[in-house]
Design a protein around this ligand. Structure first.
Ligand code: SF4
Ligand code: SF4
Length: 82
């Protein structure tokens, strides 16, 4: 999963582009729910939130390292695809 750092300026452009509705406004800054972020695997070639973030504050979450296979498996669970 990816995570949003405290550089976030709460601009809200990332929330609508997430195919997994993993992004939401948190108490201080926007947040990514790790259980719902596939790093866009299954949907797009590159993470859409990273593409649109104007301050480049979205990084790999060191607390949630995942292999491409794990991300694809998460995508399958989230979408109901097999
Ligand atoms: Fe959503 Fe993709 Fe960003 Fe993860 S990487 S939060 S799935 S837009
Ligand atoms: Fe924060 Fe970047 Fe999302 Fe804007 S696009 S809300 S700065 S994480």
């Amino acid at each position: 999963a990816l995570k949003i750092t405290d550089q976030c300026i709460n601009c809200d452009v990332c929330e609508p582009v997430c195919p997994n509705t993993a992004i939401s406004p948190g108490a201080e800054i926007y947040e990514i729910a790790p259980s719902q972020c596939t790093e866009c695997v299954g949907h797009f070639d590159v993470p859409q939130c990273v593409e649109v973030c104007p301050v480049e504050c979205i990084i790999l979450d060191p607390q949630h390292p995942e292999s491409p296979e794990q991300l694809l498996a998460k995508y399958a669970v989230l979408t109901g695809a097999e």
